[in-house]
Design a binder for this molecule. Sequence first.
Ligand code: BG6
Length: 483
Amino acid sequence: TDFPHSFPKDFLWGGATAANQIEGAFDVDGKKLTTAEVVKKATDRKTFTMSDVTKESIKEAIADPGVDNYPKRRGIDFYHHYEEDIKLFSEMGFKAFRLSLAWARIFPTGLEEKPNEKGLAFYDKVFATCKKYNIEPVVTLSHYEMPLELTLKHNGWADRKVIEHFTRYTKVVFERYRGIVKYWMTFNEINAASAGFIGTGAIDAHLTSKEQLQLRYQAVHHQFIASAIAVKQLHEIDPNATIGCMLARMQTYPATAKPADVRAAQVNDQLNLFFTDVQVRGEYPEFMNRYFKENGVTLEFAPGDVELLKEGVVDYLSFSYYMTTVSAADDKINQTLGNFAIGGPNPYLESSDWGWQIDPVGLRIALNELWDRYRVPLFIVENGLGAVDEIAEDGKIHDDYRIDYLRKHIEQMKLAIGDGVDLMGYTTWGPIDLISASTSEMSKRYGFIYVDQDDDGNGTLNRMPKDSFYWYKKVIASNGEEL
Ligand code: BG6
């Protein structure tokens, strides 16, 4: 064939994590509480506690210095296990390791003028360990967390002031890690901001839905500006480094061929792609004018914002992909479960134990659509199956369900490359078991490496390769040929 049908030679195979889901050591070496560490663990698999934070629940969290109710404070103690963990990644042949910096390790309240040296020193060591194994760090500046103090003082991203605090932090880390980190991204799943606290760090659960919308989109605007400034800073400080945006891609299909359903799917799609439209193309898309008008949202732009958005467009588009949903015009559709509930269930798809619909072909569709629309390199920085793992009688974990899920997605990536898509890498979510974002469970496992810890924090924290560990090693060694 005359079309590319294999992965590029320098393809970035690896895995992805977030500080608040792995590090633990929440109050060590000067670090202070973050917004992730005041989110209680969910009481069931369906409850999404991350957007349910109130002033009272924060007070309660501050008064509770323990880790039991707030598992993101304990993570998997990567803070003390990073050498062992990165070594295990290297045994799988990782080319890239996506991690996030805990802003509050470096600026504990977010308000300091000078950074906390001990926080920076920790990431020095992490990056040196990556280098030792020839693993490129791919670094998210803000993954679902910010110093809690910024929420208490400014109501998170609702206040434009936070842009200054953020860009003081980004300047410090770009300078410190110049020549060390080549791949950055600004905000994890920036569209999560439309789901409240989790993305914006702004307490709005007490507001009417109309007021929430106003606050959230204004907060998103501030994140867009902060991101544009960060892009410009990086390009000046380290011209060899690149920086992307990060979208939770929610591909949605029309429930039927009825034109009204197709239109409903188009609208949901636009609301998702709005974020990348701004960050990749550098301007607000026209369709949002109608949406804002119809929903009573009036955004405040400061002088210079329009230009800044144009100047601060990202170098590549990274995204997470877990599932797809279905949209219908009549609103009667039941919402399915997932990381973002924007649509209904699809009768043609199976679901994970947490109700997330599994759709490998949807990944090929998403890759093609994103490439057609934006023409910038794409980077899949999250994909994976959250599942309950059991240790078999032989003492091992035979996670063929996870292998099956990943294999099917990688096959579709390969087809998309054949379609002409410029795909730079693939980092699976949670290469080592970690605390789940939505429910704070440990038993929702994504890893190639098992971590001995249960939902209540009992366990030795020992690390153990699962069957998928050896499978992924083979995939990487063969550059995606042996699946
Ligand atoms: C993504 C987040 O939405 O999904 C990750 O960026 C998260 O932080 C991942 O862990 C999987 O979600 P969950 O809730 O299963 O951990």
